[in-house]
Design a protein. Structure first.
Length: 598
C-alpha cells in the first residue's frame, strides 16, 4: 500500500454529520481541521450524502483544499497536495443506528453471551427473548412481530449438546414471521451462532422465512465465549442489509475506501486499540440526548452496553424517573423547589436542542448527568461479568434453574483511565466540571486518569484504527484526548475532618482530611512520582493503611486527591449538603460555581 499522507473521515450522526481532515506532518499524524452540517437521511433530502457533502465543504473552506470532485464524490486517492485525500472513511448512526433482537435458550447464559456480542458490534438491543424468560410463547411471538428489528441474533447450547430447545426457538421465530425495519419485501437477516449440531435443523426451519447466516457458536463450551465471528457477521449484514436500505448509503459506500461502520462499533474499536497499545484497563462513556453508551476493556476483554432510556434531552425524564428526584437533588449545590427542577427537565425533553441559559440551570443539568452516568454504569457492570456456568457440571434441567450471573469484570482499583464523551462532558464550560461529574458518578478507586474527548472524533478514529492504527493512536493522544488529571481516591470511611491520606509531591507533603478534595498543581503533560500514605482505615489498593507510590501525569485541572471515601457519603441535612457541595466545587477551582448561586 502506498504511503497514506491525508485522511478524510466522516461520522453521520442522528442529527449532525461531522467531518475531520488528518494529515501526516513530519513523523506524525495530526488533525488539521473539522467541519459539520445537519444530517440529511430524512425528508426533504432523503440522502445522507447531502449532509456529508456539506460537512466536507466546510473542511474544504477551512483547509484550502479541494476534496469533492466535479462528479460530486470525494476525490480519492489524492491528486496533489491541494486536491483529494489518500483515504476516505465513514461511520454512521443515522436512521436509528443498528437495532437488534437477541434470542437464546437460557437467559442467563446463551442469551447473555449473544447480548454481549450484539452490543459489542454496536447494536441497540430492542429485546432479549429466551426459552426461560418467563413469557408465554404467544407473547414472545407477538413481541418479535411488533419490534421489526434490523436483524436477529440467535444462540444457544454448547457444541455437541441437545438441539431440542434450539428447534423450539427456531419455530418461535418462524411463527413470528418477522419483517425488517428497512426494505420492503426483503427477508430479515438472522445470524445463527449456537450449537453447530443444530445448524441444519435451524436453517431448514427458518430458511424460507428469513435470511439465515450460520457462524461459529458463541458458547462452544460451558467455560468459553467466542464472540468475534458473530460480531463480524453483524457488521457485514449491517453493511449489506441495513445500510443499503437507508437513503443515500448505497451512494456513500461507493465513495469510501472501506465499508461504513456503525458509530458505536467504531468507538469500541478505538477503545480496544488504545487499551491494547497502552496495555491499560479503560472505561469510556458517550452520553447523548437519547442513550448512554458505556465501553470497557478489562484484562483485554472488551464489553459495551447501551442504556437506551438514559440521555440528556429526549430521555432526560427517564433519568428523573429511574434515579428519582432525591438522587438528582443531592448533587445540586443550592436549594430549589421540586417543581422547578422537574419543569426544567421537562422543558429540556420537549426542547432537546436548547442549552442551559444560566448557572442554576447548568447545575441542574449536570446533577442529572451524574445520575444518568451512574445508572448506565450500574447497567454496564451487570453485563460485563464472568460467564455463568463456568466450571459447573449440570444437566439441562439444572441450567434452567441457575440464577444470577458471574462476578463483574469491572474492578475500579484496576481501572487506569476514564474517557468521557458526549455534550455534557466534552462541552462543559469548565473542564473541572467534567472531572467532578465523572468522579461523582463513577467513584474511581486508587489512581485513575480522568480524560475527555475534545470534539467527539472517536468514531472516525475507531474506523481509522482498523486500517491505520498508528495514525489513529497518534491523533487520539495528541488532538482528541484532553487530560483532566489523575485522581487519587482512598477507599474507606471516617468522620469529617479525620485523617484520610497524606500525599508527597516533589518533596512537599499535603495532608488531606476525610470529606474533602484537594487539587495539587501538576500541569498538563507534567509527570511525577508521588507517595500516598493512607490512614489506617483507608486502602489505596495495597491494603488498609499501606503506603504506595504512583507515577502520575498532570492535566488541565491538576492532580486531584479525592478524600471523600467510598462510597461517597453526602450529608442528609439540606443546608449541610449544599455547603459540602460548594466546598468541593471551590476545591476543584470552580469558585464562581460555589458563590454565584444562592
Amino acid at each position: 500500500m502506498a504511503e497514506i499522507r491525508s485522511i478524510l473521515a466522516t461520522d453521520c450522526g442522528s442529527t449532525t454529520t461531522k467531518a475531520i481532515l488528518i494529515e501526516r506532518r513530519g513523523d506524525e499524524y495530526r488533525l488539521v481541521t473539522r467541519g459539520e452540517a445537519p444530517t440529511t437521511v430524512e425528508a426533504p433530502f432523503d440522502d445522507v450524502t447531502v449532509g456529508v457533502t456539506n460537512a466536507v465543504r466546510e473542511v474544504e473552506e477551512l483547509s484550502g483544499k479541494t476534496l469533492i470532485g466535479a462528479d460530486g464524490k470525494v476525490i480519492t486517492p489524492a491528486q496533489d497536495e491541494k486536491t483529494g485525500v489518500d483515504l476516505y472513511l465513514s461511520t454512521s448512526s443515522a436512521g436509528g443506528g443498528l437495532q437488534m433482537t437477541v434470542a437464546g435458550v437460557v437467559k442467563e447464559m446463551s442469551a447473555e453471551s449473544a447480548e454481549r456480542a450484539a452490543l459489542g458490534a454496536g447494536a441497540i438491543i430492542m429485546d432479549v427473548v429466551a426459552v426461560n424468560d418467563g413469557r408465554k410463547d404467544w407473547e414472545k411471538v407477538q413481541r418479535i412481530r411488533e419490534l421489526r428489528p434490523d436483524m436477529i441474533l440467535m444462540s444457544g447450547g454448547t457444541d455437541g449438546g441437545t438441539v431440542t430447545h434450539l428447534q423450539e426457538l427456531a419455530e418461535l421465530i418462524r411463527s413470528a414471521d418477522p419483517r425488517p425495519r428497512l426494505g420492503v419485501g426483503l427477508k430479515l437477516p438472522v445470524i445463527y451462532a449456537g450449537n453447530t449440531d443444530a445448524t441444519g435443523a435451524v436453517q431448514e426451519t427458518l430458511g424460507d422465512v428469513v435470511d439465515v447466516r450460520a457462524v461459529a457458536n458463541l458458547r462452544p463450551t460451558m467455560d468459553r465465549e467466542n464472540l468475534y465471528p458473530a460480531r463480524e457477521a453483524i457488521h457485514e449484514l449491517f453493511l449489506e442489509h441495513v445500510m443499503q436500505q437507508a437513503p443515500g448509503y448505497g451512494k456513500l459506500k461507493t465513495w469510501t475506501s472501506a465499508g461504513i461502520m456503525s458509530t458505536p462499533n467504531a468507538v469500541g474499536k478505538i477503545m480496544e486499540t488504545i487499551a491494547r497499545e497502552r496495555n491499560i484497563n479503560a472505561l469510556g462513556v458517550d452520553i447523548g440526548g437519547a442513550t448512554t453508551d458505556v465501553f470497557s476493556v478489562f484484562g483485554g476483554v472488551y464489553n459495551r452496553t447501551v442504556s437506551a432510556n438514559l440521555g440528556m434531552s429526549y430521555s432526560i425524564c427517564n433519568v428523573l424517573r429511574e434515579a428519582g428526584l432525591e438522587n438528582i437533588k443531592r448533587w445540586i449545590p443550592f436549594s430549589e423547589e421540586d417543581a422547578y427542577i422537574r419543569n426544567q427537565l421537562r422543558n429540556k425533553m420537549i426542547r432537546p436542542t436548547t442549552i442551559p441559559q444560566d448557572l442554576r440551570d447548568l447545575q441542574i443539568e449536570q446533577a442529572t448527568a451524574r445520575e444518568a452516568l451512574r445508572l448506565a454504569f450500574e447497567h454496564h457492570k451487570s453485563l460485563a461479568r464472568e460467564m455463568v456456568g463456568v466450571q459447573k457440571q449440570r444437566d439441562i434441567g439444572d441450567i434452567f434453574e441457575q440464577k444470577g450471573g458471574g462476578k463483574t469484570l469491572v474492578n475500579l482499583f484496576n481501572l487506569d483511565m476514564i474517557i468521557g464523551s458526549g455534550g455534557v462532558l466534552s462541552h462543559a464550560p469548565e473542564r473541572a466540571q467534567s472531572a467532578l461529574m465523572m468522579m461523582d458518578a463513577y467513584a474511581p478507586e486508587g489512581k485513575t486518569s480522568l480524560t475527555v474527548d475534545s470534539i467527539f472524533m472517536m468514531p472516525q478514529l475507531g474506523i481509522l484504527s482498523t486500517l491505520q492504527p498508528v495514525a489513529a493512536t497518534q491523533v487520539f493522544e495528541r488532538d482528541c484526548l484532553i487530560r483532566l488529571g489523575d485522581c487519587i481516591a482512598p477507599v474507606g470511611t471516617a468522620r469529617d475532618g479525620e485523617d484520610c491520606v497524606t500525599v508527597t509531591l516533589n518533596g512537599q507533603s499535603t495532608a488531606v482530611p476525610f470529606g474533602t478534595i484537594r487539587v495539587l498543581p501538576l500541569g498538563e503533560g507534567e509527570t511525577a512520582t508521588i507517595e500516598a500514605r493512607p490512614a489506617r482505615a483507608f486502602d489505596l489498593g495495597q491494603g488498609r493503611g499501606k503506603a504506595t507510590t504512583f507515577p502520575v501525569i498532570g492535566g488541565v485541572v491538576g492532580l486531584i486527591i479525592d478524600a471523600r471515601g467510598r462510597p461517597i457519603a453526602l450529608p442528609t441535612d439540606g443546608p449541610a449538603r449544599v455547603a459540602k457541595l460548594r466546598e468541593w466545587l471551590t476545591a476543584m477551582g470552580r469558585r464562581r460555581d460555589s458563590e454565584d448561586v444562592q
